[in-house]
Ligand binder design. Sequence first.
Ligand code: NAD
Length: 280
Amino acid sequence: MSPETLAVLGAGTMGHGIAQIAALAGYHTHLFDVDGDALVRAVQRIDANLGKGVSLGKLDEALRQEALERISTHLDLDEAVDAAHFVIEAAPERLELKCDLLRVPGDALLATNTSSLSISAIARAVPAPERVVGMHFFNPVHIMALLEIVRAETTSTETVDRALAVARRLGKTPIVVNDVPGFASSRLGIALGLEAIRMVEEGVASAADIDTAMELGYRHPMGPLRLTDLVGLDVRLDIARYLYHELGTARFEPPKLLERMVEEGKLGKKSGEGFYRWEE
Ligand code: NAD
């Protein structure tokens, strides 16, 4: 097992998941957060996830123990990135914050898990833009196989190759995407979701029938409206507004129905109602 060190900056929903798969893959994993409680919660969540893996027979108890031992938590950023070969930030979606976190000296790979910010803008703000790359994980990190590797104009070929190697070692299936708004996944997923909402708006069919069309007709595991309910209508509206602003095409103009439902607090599963009613 190689002794490489991977630092994860931000220990929330995404950060704890990245730390979990990094430790399981054999990296010495440094998990940093400004909030001590977040670090405690992250380790508890990792412990619980790995414990579930053991109880389902998917993970050996010894491997679980080894993975937990490879994780250290840090409230000091310098200490967390010290000697790290790879740094992956998963902090809140604020450009300045991400730039601050990735000003790491040395030759570490500098990855950001941003879902919408420009990788080029982040790269421009750090002293080594050739080392900056997007590594866009999906939630829940330990389950979702896809990893978008996002290449800014300044990202070196060596950095892309390093990111691909890390992705594979983490057990993910990487795709390489140029740095455009929405990357590959959000752009296509949002286009489909918005069109489905417009079809409900126009009375083409019910939400359930539109979903069934995609599930049975196109073998999507989940229809676009049920998926919108799971992600959150407010989250999807924000992304649609961002893509509409950035790409300027009518395809991403938020449908009135989506805006109205968000105003009414119909946010999908988390609020109990969206295109479907969700019971506890
Ligand atoms: P989150 O709110 O769950 O976690 C963010 C963590 O960052 C928190 O623990 C917070 O304490 C910590 N933090 C705050 N300030 C910090 C600082 N200065 N330095 C280090 N840590 C700090 O957020 P999340 O959902 O994990 O999202 C993190 C990033 O991942 C965002 O860029 C988001 O766009 C992206 N992302 C999220 C998802 C998703 O489904 N949640 C999917 C893909 C990408």
